[in-house]
Design a protein around this ligand. Structure first.
Ligand code: NAP
Ligand code: 8YV
Length: 314
């Protein structure tokens, strides 16, 4: 439906008849013409794959999502219709964890601001003011999954204490588990958010959680923008209820509220967690491989939990 990396387009084009929705003068007309014949969908660019779109693709068998997060796909509805949904787990875990830790350091030590200071010639006048520190901080991770664990591993190497919140304690870690996000926010001074988007996590990080994080607190969000109540965050930053925020994701991407852009004490990235050539290629290859595997009768490689592969086509 939208342009995707050339590796995906070329890979699909080699194996299948590919319809490029974004090239059609009128995507609606194209959907009407080819919709009844479409059997696979490569989804990306956060286009909504919902029941309405599925209605227009009655022969759809598989949605291969370009990204590990698939909140833009109604996977439960797909499951009800016997449509498999796949995502791109693992191949991006280290890349996103690297970025998350980089963003935390950039936020605490104000790296973009310091860079801007030097470029503006201000170092010639006086040294940059001293910043806050990462030393002695306790980091609470919201969503200790694949990426969360890779972040925790890196933070431990930095000598920081790590705790986490999720729906369930993870069996394979020794970090402290908090059954509620609020209790964890009271005890930590960095909240690292790496939970998936969707209705279940919407605005979990709200005004109360931000207040609990406190005036020395830092929020880093590399999960999904919808997990944080952006209005409450802006207010918490404006009133100094928290110290700062490092954000890679936003509620209405690519639109970022002007209030955040105007603030000099936050670090803002345009959703680049996985955005290296290496990792985007690996993700793209997994999209192609899922489609190829499915249509050669071998089942999907990485189906999501809502559409597990039972070995039989629905
Ligand atoms: P994952 O392995 O499925 O981990 C997700 C974690 O979130 C799990 O530990 C899960 O724990 C927790 N979680 C799920 N629902 C929750 C809820 N309602 N309340 C609290 N915790 C909940 O996924 P991953 O591979 O680590 O990826 C995580 C997310 O990162 C993706 O979904 C995506 O949104 C985001 N992401 C962003 C970028 C970027 O470029 N910024 C790149 C890749 C991924 P429980 O099941 O115990 O609750
Ligand atoms: C991508 C992501 O930027 O994997 C995810 O969940 O958020 C990122 O890796 C995105 O999915 C590509 O559209």
């Amino acid at each position: 439906m939208r342009p995707m990396p050339s590796l995906i387009i070329e890979g699909i084009d080699r194996a299948f008849t590919l319809h490029r929705g974004w090239e059609a003068p009128d995507p609606d007309t194209l959907l009407r013409e080819i919709g009844p014949r479409v059997r696979g969908l490569a989804a990306g660019g956060h286009i909504q794959v919902d029941g309405d779109l599925m209605d227009r693709l009655p022969k759809l068998e598989i949605v291969a999502n370009f990204g590990v997060g698939y909140d833009s796909v109604d996977a439960k509805e797909a499951g009800r219709r016997g449509i498999i949904v796949t995502n791109t787990p693992d191949v991006l875990t280290d890349e996103v964890a690297d970025l998350a830790v980089g963003l935390l350091i950039a936020t605490v030590r104000q790296l973009p601001q310091v860079d801007r200071y030097l470029r503006a010639g201000k170092w010639l006048e006086k040294p940059y003011p001293l910043t806050a520190t990462l030393r002695g901080r306790k980091v609470g991770i919201l969503g200790l999954g694949r990426i969360g664990k890779a972040i925790a591993q890196r933070l431990e190497a930095f000598g920081l204490e790590v705790a986490y919140h999720g729906r369930n304690p993870q069996g394979d870690v020794r970090h402290r588990y908090y059954p509620t996000l609020l209790e964890m926010a009271k005890d930590v001074d960095v909240l690292m958010c790496v939970a998936p988007g969707g209705p279940e996590t919407k605005h979990m990080v709200n005004a109360e959680v931000l207040r609990a994080l406190g005036p020395d607190g830092i929020l880093v969000n590399v999960g999904r923008g919808s997990v944080v109540d952006e209005r409450a965050l802006i207010e918490a930053l404006r009133t100094k209820a928290i110290l700062s925020a490092g954000l890679d994701v936003f509620e209405d991407e690519p639109k970022v509220p002007q209030e955040l852009i105007a603030m000099d004490h936050v670090v803002l990235l345009p959703h680049v967690g996985s955005a290296s050539v290496h990792t985007r290629n690996a993700m793209g290859q997994l999209v192609v491989d899922n489609l190829t595997s499915w249509f050669s009768g071998k089942g999907p490689l990485t189906p999501v939990a809502e559409t597990p592969w039972t070995g039989k086509a629905a």
